[in-house]
Design a protein. Structure first.
Length: 138
């Protein structure tokens, strides 16, 4: 038997989706805007629990977060990849791409809920479609 939803339930779900979208946009606006050739990246968050249900120690999580080499491009400065001599084939990445960077690349900034990094455009080593492909299973 197919369950039909109530119009009020549909409206609630629609409003909840809208609020979530607005909150994400507002939070992005609160982050610093990269200048020049810099890129704002949020490192991939390491899972706090293994597939088998074992909770990983906080110290281990902290070490893994520092060593993370994959991140999500949040914002790009206005001069990123504009140098045609250095980047004759065009940009190496774009906003909303998952990128790979050197382990200790960029400047780290602590934010509520984690860390962001400010990288130079030439510190991007590559792009990847799914960051979990590179994260080793714990």
């Amino acid at each position: 038997m197919k369950k039909t939803s109530h119009p009020l339930e549909d409206k609630y779900k629609e409003e909840a989706t809208q609020v979530k979208k607005e909150t994400q946009e507002t939070n992005l606006d609160k982050l610093p805007n990269p200048t020049g050739w810099r890129i704002l990246v949020m490192p991939f968050a390491v899972k706090e629990e293994t597939k088998g249900g074992i909770i990983i120690a906080q110290e281990t999580l902290d070490r893994a977060r520092v060593a993370t080499q994959v991140g999500y491009v949040l914002k790009m400065g206005d001069l990123c990849y504009q140098d045609k001599d250095r980047y004759p084939t065009g940009p190496w990445c774009a906003e909303k791409d998952w990128v790979i960077f050197a382990r200790y690349a960029g400047s780290r900034m602590e934010i509520d809920g984690g860390e962001i990094r400010m990288l130079n455009d030439d510190e991007i080593l590559g792009t990847i479609s799914n960051p979990e492909d590179l994260i080793h299973a714990m």
